[in-house]
Ligand binder design. Sequence first.
Ligand SMILES: Nc1ncnc2c1ncn2[C@@H]1O[C@H](COP(=O)(O)OP(=O)(O)O)[C@@H](O)[C@H]1O
Ligand SMILES: [Mg+2]
Length: 227
Amino acid sequence: MLLLEARALSRSFAAAGVVQTVLAAVSVQLAAGEFLVITGPSGSGKSTLLNLLSGLDQPTAGEVRFRGQLLATLSATAIARLRNASFGHIFQTPHLLPDRTVEENVALPFQYGSACPKATMEARVSELLTYVGLEEMARRRVANLSGGEMQRVVFARALVRQPEVIFADEPTGSLDAANSQRILQLLQRQTEEGRAVVLVTHDPQVAACGTARVHLEKLPLPEEVRQ
Ligand SMILES: Nc1ncnc2c1ncn2[C@@H]1O[C@H](COP(=O)(O)OP(=O)(O)O)[C@@H](O)[C@H]1O
Ligand SMILES: [Mg+2]
């Protein structure tokens, strides 16, 4: 089943009177169970593409559809609702609430969107913490965790609402080899369970995990900037 479809996506940014085109007519398709890897050098537009696919940003030209629905036709509220219900996000640096406990951080997505019974919520948080191997740390403050543990909290939080698509932007960028491996295995297991994964990386070994790949190159800057 086709989940995401992006056609001829372009994205330009205007700064100081100069228009910089970061993506030019990129097309992507993502079906359930697929693991799409976005590769390319730093500054080639990988995060920009991820943000367009997940509805965080809007393209200058082209379109993104989720389950056939054009994202551009949805209101900001509808996009936020869709993102909360159907998408999970893992960023390179964990955006967590350091003074809250591990379980409070994982439960955060339940504060938004459709209501969920408390017992279901607690069961889901506990299941996810076991899944990422942090069940013993549920009541610990996030500020006291290691980088690898924090990234696993982020992972659990991204999955707690059972998203259809998981977006991961260089999720292993700040991790050691063992923790990177662990996150990649967790992502792969998600695709086996029928979810789709979009992963950004510049690590060729990580890229080998994918079932499909989009490679981006850095586009030349406009003439007037290069002189
Ligand atoms: N909001 C923005 N405003 C202006 N320029 C941006 C913005 N977001 C990204 N860019 C530019 O787009 C280019 C690609 O950025 P990015 O998608 O973050 O690359 P990557 O993730 O591949 O390193 C960079 O030159 C960056 O400066
Ligand atoms: Mg990036």
